[in-house]
Design a protein around this ligand. Structure first.
Ligand code: NAD
Ligand code: MG
Length: 388
């Protein structure tokens, strides 16, 4: 029986994780759940899964939860804030931690899980983008197991298995192209948050949905892949594959290309991460090759997806450039979702922040958090000076 903490249980990845776990109660037990402010969904999850700990990052919500759970599930211990998140990420009795908080908010608890030597199921790509080397060193030094849950990285992980990375010539990340793949470029500036969040293939949280529409998601994934697989970013290619059936490919020196296929359903990589090196059942729809019939691939146009180039630029600059890129993106996406800037302002703001904030060597958490803060403030300043 493996004991599990789910960081971000009310989100899209969190809900899918609970779905997989619910079908395998003989193998997995929910030790702790965490959420930010979604009290209603979290309350239901606590009543259904009876975790030992329930953490709400928002202190007011935690008090309300405590009140409501008194009758329904009095044995659940309620914790609050970052301290609560850290506590359940490093609990001695926990084996696996699903890192599914969105954005930089997930960095500290995800790092804590690695430091405590857990199996870290990594969905929170922003944590790795921000802390790259520090995170990978922490995993290594503490004998943690790191299993990528992001579908592309999970696919690569499956295709690499025992291979030596020196035998790899390229990694090919597939991208759906998002909802605006065929939109005339001059119409992009009028796209609304609702349109941006309507992903054609995946049902995801709002932030990653916007990232998919700008393709910053793929940019973050190039950074993520370079750390996870210790591979130079120049050998990581991006291919648009609108059907989202091939989740990524690995090309080897000898000309062999291995790919992982499946219907777009996050329960597949989640189940793989939970059961690895075994495999367990999921309720994901089986792949019907006759139904698919053919697969399409195309190149990502640079003028449609400038965020992809910005991410590659950040990798080239090194140091805290990826921290700055990520922070500026989080602020810009949030402002877009709140209808304060246009869709096409997102890359412009990120580019300005990257040129205004000087990058530093990203070897300590203090430097990473400081540059994250500086970039966020600069992004807000730039937005404040913009006229809509
Ligand atoms: P989501 O918005 O649906 O859920 C986010 C979760 O994080 C929620 O439980 C929320 O309560 C929690 N959270 C948000 N802000 C917080 C804060 N400040 N403190 C503590 N908790 C906070 O997001 P999602 O789509 O589930 O994505 C989660 C992560 O997984 C992201 O990093 C995303 O890039 C990655 N990911 C998601 C998918 C997907 O299919 N959804 C696929 C690949 C990778
Ligand atoms: Mg992905």
């Amino acid at each position: 029986m493996k004991e599990i903490t789910i960081l971000g249980s009310t989100g899209s990845i969190g809900v899918n994780t609970l779905d997989v776990i619910s079908r395998h109660r003989d193998k997995f037990n929910v030790k702790a759940l965490t959420a930010n402010t979604n009290l209603d969904v979290f309350l239901d999850q606590c009543i259904q899964h009876k975790p030992e700990y329930a953490v709400m990052a928002d202190e007011d919500c935690a008090s309300k939860l405590e009140e409501k759970l008194k009758k329904e599930a009095p044995d659940v211990s309620i914790l609050a804030g970052t301290d609560g998140l850290l506590q359940v990420a490093e609990l001695e009795t926990v084996d696996y931690v699903m890192a599914a908080i969105v954005g930089a908010a997930g960095l500290l608890p995800t790092l804590a899980a690695a430091k405590a030597g857990k199996r870290v199921l990594l969905a929170n790509k922003e944590a790795l983008v921000m802390s790259g080397k520090l995170f990978m060193d922490t995993v290594l030094q503490n004998n943690a197991e790191l299993i990528p849950i992001d579908s592309e990285h999970n696919a690569i992980f499956q295709c690499i298995s025992t291979a030596n990375t020196s035998s790899i010539s390229n990694i090919i990340l597939t991208a759906s192209g998002g909802p605006f793949l065929d939109t005339p470029i001059n119409e992009l500036s009028s796209k609304t948050p609702e349109q941006a969040c309507k992903h054609p293939k995946w049902d995801m949280g709002r932030k990653i949905s916007v990232d998919s529409a700008t393709m910053m998601n793929k940019g973050l994934e190039v950074i993520e892949a370079s750390w996870l697989f210790n591979i130079k970013s120049e050998t990581i290619k991006v291919v648009i594959h609108p059907q989202s059936i091939i989740h990524s490919l690995v090309e080897y020196k000898d000309g062999s290309v291995l790919a992982q296929l499946g219907n777009p359903d996050m329960r597949i990589p989640i189940a793989y991460g939970l059961a690895w090196p075994e495999r367990i059942e999921t309720c994901a729809q089986r792949l019907d090759l006759f139904d698919i019939a053919h697969l399409d691939f195309k190149e990502a146009e640079a003028d449609r997806f400038p965020c992809l180039q910005l991410a590659r630029e950040a990798i080239k600059q090194g140091g805290t450039s990826c921290v700055i890129l990520n922070a500026a993106n989080e602020v810009a996406v949030n402002e877009f979702l709140n209808k304060r800037i246009k869709f096409t302002d997102i890359p412009t703001i990120i580019e300005s922040v990257m040129s205004d904030i000087t990058q530093n060597t990203a070897n300590t958490l203090e430097v990473i958090l400081r540059d994250d803060g500086l970039a966020r403030n600069r992004a807000l300043e730039i937005i404040g000076n913009m006229t809509l």
